[in-house]
Ligand binder design. Sequence first.
Ligand SMILES: C[S@@+](CC[C@H](N)C(=O)[O-])C[C@H]1O[C@@H](n2cnc3c(N)ncnc32)[C@H](O)[C@@H]1O
Length: 324
Amino acid sequence: MAIVHQPVLLEEVLSFLVPPRADSLMVDATLGEGGHAAAFLAKYPSLRYLGLDADPVIQAKARERLAAFAPRVSFRLGYFDELFPALAAELAEGRGERPDLVLFDLGISMHHYLESGRGFGFAKAEALDMRLDPSSSPSAADLVSQESEEELARIIYEYGEERLSRRIARAIVEARSRSTIATTADLASIVESAVPAAYRHGRIHPATRTFQALRIATNDELGRARRGIKAACALLAPGGIIGVISFHSLEDRIVKNLFRDLAGRSTQRPDEPIQEVSGPVEFELLLKKPREAGPEEAGRNPASRSAKLRVARRLAGGQAGVSA
Ligand SMILES: C[S@@+](CC[C@H](N)C(=O)[O-])C[C@H]1O[C@@H](n2cnc3c(N)ncnc32)[C@H](O)[C@@H]1O
């Protein structure tokens, strides 16, 4: 089994997420290929590990990779914003336990770009799918064929932070009236022809932001991150630690505001519905500013360059019961 993904900020994650007991339970909300998992399981010989992922293909890779740790590892397949409430429901029924450690390493893996065949990038001509769970809907092709021009422009502007969103949305709607937009190559060439020449010779490919936006919309990444991290904080054991790695400002803003709110220092941004988790101070921030990759990691692993790690600890005396 070829491993294609290098875990990011690994040393930093290991240094902050320290199990309080030898047989602590850690929940990895984004198991991926199990890179962080393998490092934790090797470092802590009695640590128990529960790995979640929405993608059955990457979970099969993780199962194979972590086979040597088998008795200490279990797996759940599904979206983390659904699995954490499910774990909380099991706890309420007297089954399961609160984790001492929770890790989120948001977004997608190099596996998705390089070998999934699901059209996450435009380097290869693939079906325009972009779903983490291939049994869910909609696909990215569904979005580009069905959404209105206004909604496509909103998605591309909000999730891609693309200033030419209206122009690109118009080009998509015009193109789909002539023929189906079925592949990554179809979409990339529509975007390329919609933008001015100067834009085509910029630092990044002109379709980069549009692809990011469609991926986020297809998988409801921001909504799932907001709900999932909040539910994970609610499940965490008193004294437990949660670490979240994000890869763009939209994700990082969600983590920053949620953690600040739980730590009693809400920024009260009007665009984030964080007031719903306001209440007694239950968490402390272990990092005031996010930790980023140093020059060595950034040089070795370009994917780490945009990574930001935030860490919070549930106060030991706090009541375990933030609404999920
Ligand atoms: C960056 S990768 C994790 C890599 C992993 N830490 C490693 O070292 O191999 C993110 C993983 O999270 C999964 N994922 C993303 N959003 C998810 C969600 N809402 N629910 C469950 N899994 C999700 C993706 O399928 C992907 O495998």
